[in-house]
Design a protein around this ligand. Sequence first.
Ligand code: GDG
Length: 523
Amino acid sequence: MSRLIIVSNRVNPPENQGQAPAGGLAIALTAALKEYSGFWFGWSGETTPTFTGQLNERTIDGVPVVTVDLEESDFQEYYNGFANGTLWPLFHYRIDLTAYERSFGQGYDRVNRLFAETLAPLVQPGDLIWVHDYHLIPMARELRRLGVTNPIGFFLHIPWPAPQLLTTLPRHRQLVQALFDYDLVGFQTDEWLSAFEAYVTGEAGGARRDDGRLVAFGRTLRAGAFPIGLDVQEFKALAASPLAARSYDRIAAHTVFRRLILGVERLDYSKGIEERLLGLEQFLQDNPDLQREVMFLQVAPTSRGQVEAYQDLRERIDALTGRINGVYADVDWAPIRFVNQTYGRDELAGLYRAADVALVTPLRDGMNLVAKEFVAAQDPDDPGVLVLSRFAGAARQMREAVIVNPYSREEMADALKLALGMERKERVRRWEALMDGVSRHDVKRWRDDFVAALEATQEGLLPLSELPMRTDGHGRSPIDPIPQGPRPPLNLSGEAGLQDHLRAEWGARGSSFGALAVRHPKA
Ligand code: GDG
């Protein structure tokens, strides 16, 4: 069997994450490495005065890990610069925040070259190489220059932008051309795949062949949609852990007689936290009788704090939270609790379980795992309601969520009201359908589909339909067909009776001292 080499900016096997327990992605990739006996390669997270190329080799939880340190200036231009100052905002449709400095692109190319030069001597014939995310788009080009002919796949965790946006990047053509040095390029959804194909056919003068391959720049490429998922068993176990029970109790004690609305994400402008606060403000304004019956908890650990746009965001969110709390808070209650801390995944699972409503409302998101984690953590008999942005990749699979446009504060307020007033039977119906999808499209399936498709690129010119991937019937995407039926309507009937719904459901959802004792996550 081939070895698998995973390449990502940060190397993250389970036992290398300090306080925070491993995520499902790390666990799934680690499991793949054990199966394939490969290794994980990337940046160590450390900087040195000059680049040495010195390999740090370790084995973590049975997985060989090889990392390399970066020079401080390289780190600035590559990581804070081109990756997170240029590509991240541009790929999330924020050209207003995109830095177009030429030096950033040069640093990005340089680091990709250094990574490739360090990795190439470790590659053996027959190895499969799987590169992850926007930090490393030119890796295959650099490896090919060094004579590596192995199958190389790339998976983009974030959206691919529409051509009209991508072309604002001076080096857009070079960037896309670099992807044609891969054998397989994977996107989270068919939407990002279509945007990529639109660039290839519209801007690069390429074509899509009948067998599904893309042809451009004198090369061919397979591209597909591989929606990422959770390690569902792992997440269910987390939700039933003692630490989850403790965080559940802590928050339940603070939401007695109230409904808990929850937001969880890295503090990032793509996640729509400001717009969510405005939606909440609208809800409080529209529903004076419900004001004191809700509490919104936003967990948002700092992320990329060295990038200016992230510092500005923090200031704006603090000001907005202060303004809303200033208007609505009372001596014993404030509508918003903003927590700028990182919690363990088990603690997060307890918070998810305790929440009546999760507001997962990014302005643009490749997939969004928080939406799936929230669903996996629920009590099947009494689940909370997922309010999900239509602009998250996850919305293409999770049709039974309350789908919302995060740019509209009125729509956000209406969705919140609908979610808070939803009867248990309807909550259970929606949750069952969501949980079924989350379980079927799990992280193992994502990984196995990608690796199988990468291996299959070496099997001659098989038509896509004969590859070991599921298609949408048009031979273009390995995901299950997205349900085309109408999504459940926003049923706002019974608005007047919302208060009654809330009261009727209190017993069930535990907003009373008596119910607290039984609101532990079930084992
Ligand atoms: C990128 C794409 C895509 C959050 N707060 C804490 C914490 N988290 C964890 C969540 C979740 C993860 O972070 C966030 O994953 P998302 O998928 O929601 O978003 P990104 O970080 O932007 O991830 C995204 C993903 O890649 C995978 O392909 O879905 O679209 O942008 O797992 O639980 N974890 C801990 N403490 C926290 O306070 N431990």
